[in-house]
Structures are given as structure tokens and as C-alpha cells.
Ligand binder design. Structure first.
Ligand SMILES: Cc1cc2nc3c(=O)[nH]c(=O)nc-3n(C[C@H](O)[C@H](O)[C@H](O)COP(=O)(O)OP(=O)(O)OC[C@H]3O[C@@H](n4cnc5c(N)ncnc54)[C@H](O)[C@@H]3O)c2cc1C
Ligand code: SF4
Ligand code: SF4
Ligand code: SF4
Length: 463
């Protein structure tokens, strides 16, 4: 996304990718959720439209290129978005769990990639007992993939079944429901203390009961009752408890802080350690594809400013980040997503029927309540107004009747004591200038000073 945005601004951009295709972690997503042809078409079109140069087989760090090499090749800025390709190993306390080397023990993340590359034989799972360790969405992708290959899949996780509790399972409800329907058994609140083998092959795991996952400070710090142990037998063990970045490159380049974390400005995404180096996507904070794309857009703007010698931060700080969800609104619920029945679902065809065209159009029209005026500034950018309009309460007219409090969908109005008694006050950050209170106020005490009337008149006059 960063490359696409920069080419739109007129820059010549190269993507350096160590693999042989674009898409990164999206290439791990099982085909029944994200078909390969959709990914291929999307990337091919983006590259073609934007004329982005892609160099495959180029590795940053390890024995590959260093940032200094790129500088010597006349690249003037770099965006590093290398993702989180390293599966996390199983640990208990600070110790790595023994037995990972046994035949039949694998990392679920690697398996997903290999399956999508067509490198996994279904025989690996056919009629086998497959145990997946992990409670996140990726673990469910792994279990459901093994199930589709004919495996008798089960899943075991530290977290409890109660999603609303602080120790609740993190996977989405849809994943849990879908997997359960497909016959995947879930064992909650269990850790893995030991992987036990026989004749060099995986046989079972020893699972103490997990009494809590996070400590009082909210840190991941699982506690176990080792007197309550369960053994789970299987033929294949798939460890899927998260993934992290390859740290060596960042260490070599001096991009980490004293505590070993990426030292990046969170607003501009420029490294605090090296000018002209920007870092974003999953490597900065693991999340969803849309968030990684957002980082690409933010980095593109920063790079543009950096190359033009402009202030990287000016005007970018959001004064108010999160929007108040409007009340008094009758929300139309999302159309129900229809799934193929289980008996038709155990293959790699997409099983979600998706929206009809009409439903998709309706959903696209939905108001997303993007935020208050102070964050939006849409009318200013579009030059409808020179600045965000002002809203004022005339204290002499206000009787403190509370009508504005009742009608305001954004809870922006409140009453405050003043010399004149109780009068309405409008929270400038929450107010969206919708004008409801102006219309509703029986005393005509509220005014919004905007330039919409003049703008329309000007536009009309210029016709
Ligand atoms: C199994 C799975 C399921 C997911 N499901 C969803 C989902 O349903 N919805 C959703 O929104 N998100 C999902 N995600 C998350 C989403 O895929 C990521 O958030 C997104 O892909 C992150 O993009 P990125 O560009 O930061 O990193 P990545 O997509 O990881 O891309 C990093 C790229 O950098 C390359 N690279 C790495 N190191 C080097 C190096 N040293 N030199 C050169 N190149 C290098 C890699 O080969 C890769 O192509 C899923 C992720 C996984 C693993
Ligand atoms: S008046 Fe509307 S367009 Fe203008 S800043 Fe407020 S919400 Fe955005
Ligand atoms: S509706 Fe008008 S009169 Fe009533 S509290 Fe609000 S501003 Fe005051
Ligand atoms: S104009 Fe009035 S009703 Fe609308 S958001 Fe602002 S305070 Fe609330």
C-alpha cells in the first residue's frame, strides 16, 4: 500500500521481496476464506496500474542487503514492512517445552503456507488424530485446514471458554462456532508442559490446568495447577500460539531501543534511530490486513514530507481519536452471512456465500460514524468551509430545559452551573454540528456559525 500511494504521488518505487510472490501473510490464509485467484488478481492489478517495480528474491538482513546498500543504490527512503514470519515456540514459564523435534510435531503457521503452496499431501492428516495448540484465529485456521484434509482435529488452549472474561479465548465467535460444527473438539484452560514421544514420534502432550492467563497488571503470565493434569494423545501436533518478527535485521541495523523493541515514532512511523527509515505493518504491531495497509498509507505521507523537507508531524495529530457512538439511532443490522452446510463445507472452496449485490451496496452506504468534526475536517478539506463551524449557546436565552441533552445523538450537550443558573454547554470535541439541538431548542438559544449558505450561494452564482 505504501508503494502504491507513493507511485500515485509520482515517486519511482521498488518493492524488495525475498519470496517469489507478493502478499506476505495473506498467502497463509486458507483458500476457503481467501481464494488464491483473488489475491493474485489484486496484486497483479495494483502493480500493473501503479507501475511498481518488484524485485523478488531480495533479502534484507541475514546474508542479504543492509540499509546502507540501499542508500548506495540511490534509494532515498525505505519502508520496512517485513511482518511476523517466525512462529512462536511452546514455552512453560521461561522454559522451552521439550519434545519439539519429534516426528509429527510442526508449527501450524508453516503448515498453512505449505498447504497454500500445494506442498502438503493430504495423507499427512487422513484418518490421523491432529492436536492443535493455540486459541487465536490462526490456530482455528490450522485446525479447520487439518479437518479438511480428513484429520480428526482437536484444539487445546490456555484460555477459558468465557470470551467476556480477561482470560477468555481470543478467537472470533464465528471461528469457534464454525470449527465446532465441523467436529473439532476444543479443550479450554490447559497448557502444555511436555511433548512426549515414542520411538522418535509424537505420542501425547502433558497438559496442566491453566488457572489464569494474565496477571493483575494485564501481562501474559499463565499460572498452572500442576496437580490437575490431562494427557492428550495424537499423531500430529501443530503448535500455533502466535508469531513474531525476525529480530536479527533490526538488531544489525540498530533500530531497536534499549529494551529490544522497535524504536519508531508512532505518528510518522519513522525510526527514531535512523532518518529516512520507516517501519510499519505487523512488524510494528500485529493486527489485521487493513491496519497494515493503514500503516503503508501513513508511511507514504511521511516519506513524501521527508523527501520534500517538510515537517513530518505538522497537522497530523488527531485532536480526538475515537468517535462517540451516536444514540437515538435505529441501526440496521448487518445482513446474515450464509454458510454452506457442514457436509458441503469440508473442502477448500469458500463456504461463506457473501452479500448479494444489493446487500453489498446497502452496506457500503452505511454511515461509519468516523469521528467528531475535530478529527474529520472533511468540509474544510473540500473547501465548503474555511474552518470547522462554531457552535454557541446564548446563556441569556437558555432556560436549562435539557431538550438539547435529550436530542443530541453524540452526548455533546450538558448543563453547567453559571451565574444565570443552569445553562447548556456544548462539548466542542464531541459535537458533529448536526444541528438537531439548534432546531429543537425551544428558546432558540443555540446557533451554528457555518458558511454553508454562502458556499451554496457562491456555487450558484458561479454557474
Ligand atoms: C493465518 C493468518 C490468517 C490471517 N487472517 C487474517 C484475516 O482474516 N483478516 C485480516 O485482516 N488479517 C488476517 N491476517 C493478518 C494479515 O495477513 C496481516 O496483518 C498482514 O498481512 C500484515 O501485512 P504486512 O505487510 O505488515 O506483513 P506481511 O504480510 O507478513 O508481509 C511481509 C513481507 O515481507 C517479506 N519479508 C520478510 N522478511 C524479509 C526480509 N528480510 N527481506 C525481504 N523481504 C522480507 C515477506 O516475505 C512478506 O512478503 C492473517 C494472518 C495469518 C498469518
Ligand atoms: S461538519 Fe461534517 S464534514 Fe465538517 S468536520 Fe464536522 S463532521 Fe466533518
Ligand atoms: S434546549 Fe436550549 S434552552 Fe434548553 S437547555 Fe438546551 S440550549 Fe438551553
Ligand atoms: S449540533 Fe447539537 S445536537 Fe448536533 S452534535 Fe452538536 S450539540 Fe449535539
Amino acid at each position: 500500500m505504501c508503494a502504491y500511494m507513493l507511485t500515485k504521488m509520482g515517486y519511482q518505487v521498488s518493492i524488495l521481496e525475498r519470496g517469489s510472490e507478493l502478499g506476505g501473510a495473506l498467502r497463509y490464509i486458507p483458500k476457503y476464506r481467501l481464494p488464491k485467484n483473488i489475491l493474485d488478481t489484486t496484486f497483479n492489478n495494483l502493480i500493473r496500474i501503479a507501475h511498481i517495480e518488484v524485485k523478488f528474491g531480495v533479502e534484507m538482513g541475514n546474508d542479504g542487503k543492509a540499509l546502507a546498500d540501499l542508500k548506495n543504490e540511490n534509494y532515498r527512503a525505505v519502508f520496512v514492512a517485513t511482518g511476523t514470519p517466525n512462529p512462536r515456540p511452546l514455552t512453560i514459564g521461561r522454559e522451552r517445552v521439550a519434545g519439539e523435534e519429534l516426528e509429527g510435531v510442526m508449527f501450524g503457521l508453516n503448515l498453512l503456507f505449505d498447504v497454500n503452496q500445494g506442498k502438503v499431501s493430504p495423507q499427512l492428516f487422513q484418518g490421523k488424530r491432529v492436536v492443535v495448540v493455540g486459541g487465536g484465529n490462526v490456530a482455528f485456521d490450522v485446525a479447520r485446514t487439518a479437518r479438511r484434509f480428513g484429520g480428526d482435529a482437536s484444539l487445546i488452549c490456555l484460555e477459558s471458554e468465557d470470551k467476556s472474561s480477561k482470560d477468555g479465548i481470543p478467537a472470533d465467535v464465528e471461528e469457534i462456532e464454525g470449527a465446532t460444527e465441523e467436529g473439532i473438539k476444543i479443550t479450554y484452560s490447559r497448557g502444555v508442559e511436555e511433548i512426549i514421544g515414542e520411538g522418535g514420534k509424537f505420542k501425547k502432550i502433558k497438559c496442566p490446568r491453566c488457572t489464569s492467563v494474565f496477571d493483575e497488571d494485564g501481562r501474559f503470565n499463565p499460572k498452572f495447577d500442576r496437580s490437575d493434569v490431562l494427557y492428550l494423545e495424537g499423531d500430529v501436533l501443530l503448535i500455533t500460539i502466535g508469531q513474531g518478527p525476525e529480530r536479527a535485521f533490526f538488531q544489525q541495523e540498530g533500530l531497536l531501543d534499549e529494551r529490544g523493541r522497535l524504536d519508531v515514532d508512532q505518528l510518522t512511523l519513522m525510526s527514531n534511530r535512523k532518518e529516512g527509515v520507516f517501519i510499519g505493518g505487523d512488524v510494528r504491531r500485529i493486527g489485521f490486513a487493513a491496519e497494515a495497509m493503514r500503516d503503508g498509507i501513513v508511511a507514504a505521507e511521511s516519506i513524501d514530507r521527508y523527501l520534500k523537507g517538510k515537517d513530518l508531524k505538522a497537522g497530523r495529530e488527531k485532536e480526538y481519536e475515537s468517535a462517540t457512538i451516536p444514540k437515538l439511532m435505529d441501526y440496521k443490522s448487518q445482513p446474515e452471512l450464509v454458510w454452506a452446510p457442514v457436509e458441503e463445507r469440508l473442502n477448500f472452496e469458500p463456504f461463506e456465500k457473501g452479500f448479494t449485490l444489493d446487500e453489498a451496496v446497502q452496506e457500503a452506504r452505511r454511515c461509519l460514524c468516523c469521528g467528531p468534526c475535530k478529527s474529520c475536517k472533511g468540509c474544510v478539506v473540500l473547501e465548503f468551509q474555511p474552518e470547522i463551524s462554531e457552535i454557541e449557546v446564548n446563556k441569556d436565552l437558555c432556560s436549562g430545559c435539557k431538550v438539547c441533552l435529550a436530542v443530541c445523538p453524540y452526548d455533546a450537550a450538558r448543563l453547567e452551573k453559571s451565574d444565570e443558573g443552569l445553562v447548556a454547554v456544548i462539548d466542542d470535541f464531541k459535537c458533529k454540528r448536526c444541528g438537531l439541538c439548534v432546531t429543537a431548542c425551544p428558546a432558540g438559544a443555540i446557533t451554528i456559525k457555518d458558511r454553508f449558505a454562502e458556499t451554496v450561494a457562491d456555487a450558484y452564482a458561479s454557474l
